[in-house]
Design a protein around this ligand. Structure first.
Ligand code: PEP
Ligand code: MN
Length: 346
């Protein structure tokens, strides 16, 4: 961290601030005196220091970080890709996997039928919301624990591990026992109490990017989970808010190479929530794979017209099957060109 002092600050004041930082913050401070201006270089662990608090010192002009505030998630301290094992399905480090299923669990018939279909098409994990974060309190809120039980039935029927969203710390214990990959939704990406709790879980976490969050904020949320002891985090780009209203969100393809350079964690893409339109899922999925994504999460419904949630962006099992053919050849192509991607991340 570098502190630029205001022009013509006295040497006494510079020494006072340097000593204060060394004693209180346990960092070593080097002083460089230029013409009319001095800078302090802080070395050591500065992750706990608040830039804005330091800038409140009357003699300080500006404070800059030279190191990222995330450590456990940082590619610099962990150059090799992390591979997250989800109940025997590896994701990351060249292991590509597709998660598919309905937005919400609606009935046993629905979820088991969709699970069988997506498995036959090559999906490795089953998704399905039991607890739904809805904008309107009057909209379908999900089947709750009954929905979770149906997901377990679909897993028993197909062998597919299950992925579902956790919205409240009060269900951590149940999810720890029953769920294979615990999803933290976009709206809860910065629910720090929830992040701390899932940091104590042993199950891997799928952390979706918040609606309007930067890469650094997103990785800092992963850092919360990892700092709690759970290092099995998969990031998910699901589109962000922009001025464009044609699509539900705007898929940020740049997030894939950028986040891979910043972090060793796997990153998958959700083209369904990015587009909000079923016919756009395929091109966005192709773009994600070409950019180096480690997987996809796709909404599939056996009757999208009557879906209780997100029907317009859901693929029918037939459309999903056709997509999976293309996914396979695109992954082969991206793998063939993989060396180039790896070089980019360092
Ligand atoms: C979902 O996966 O159904 C969902 C609600 O996603 P997001 O949190 O990305 O909006
Ligand atoms: Mn959905």
């Amino acid at each position: 961290m570098v502190i630029v002092m205001k022009p013509h600050t006295s040497q006494e004041e510079i020494q006072r601030l340097a000593r204060q930082l060394e004693e209180k913050e346990k960092v070593s401070v080097g002083i460089t005196n230029g013409v009319g201006c001095s800078i302090l270089g802080l070395v050591g662990d500065t992750t706990h220091l608040d830039i804005h608090m330091l800038e409140m010192e009357p003699s300080v002009e500006r404070v800059m970080r030279v190191q990222e505030p995330y450590k456990k998630a940082n590619r610099k301290f962990h150059p090799q890709d992390t591979v997250v094992d989800v109940a025997g399905v590896p994701i990351g480090g060249g292991n590509f996997a597709v998660i598919a299923g309905p937005c919400s669990v609606e009935s046993k018939e629905q979820v088991v039928e969709v699970a069988r279909d997506v498995k036959a098409s090559g999906a490795k994990l089953l998704r399905g919301g039991a607890f739904k974060p809805r904008t309107s309190p009057y909209a379908f809120q999900g089947m709750g624990l009954d929905g979770l039980a149906l997901l377990e039935e679909a897993r028993a029927a197909t062998g597919l591990p299950i992925v579902t969203e956790l919205m409240s710390p009060k269900y951590c214990e149940i999810f720890e026992e029953k769920v294979d990959l615990v999803q933290i939704g976009a709206r809860n990406m910065q629910n720090f109490d929830l992040l701390k709790e899932v940091g104590k879980m042993s199950k891997p976490i799928l952390l979706k990017r918040g609606l309007s969050n930067t890469y650094e904020e997103w990785i800092m949320s992963a850092e919360y989970i990892m700092a709690g002891g759970n290092e099995n985090v998969i990031l998910c780009e699901r589109g962000v808010r922009t001025f464009e209203t044609y699509t539900r969100n705007t898929l940020d393809v740049s997030a894939i190479p950028a986040v891979k350079r910043m972090s060793h964690l796997p990153i998958i893409v959700d083209p369904s929530h990015a587009a909000g339109k079923h016919w756009m899922v395929e091109p966005l999925a192709m773009a994600a794979i070409a950019a180096g994504a480690d997987g996809l999460i796709i909404e599939v419904h056996n009757d999208p017209l009557h879906a209780k949630c997100d029907g317009p962006q859901s693929l029918t099992p037939e459309k999903f099957d056709a997509l999976m053919e293309k996914v396979g050849s695109m992954v082969d192509l991206a793998t063939k060109n993989g060396v180039k991607y790896r070089e980019m991340y360092f």
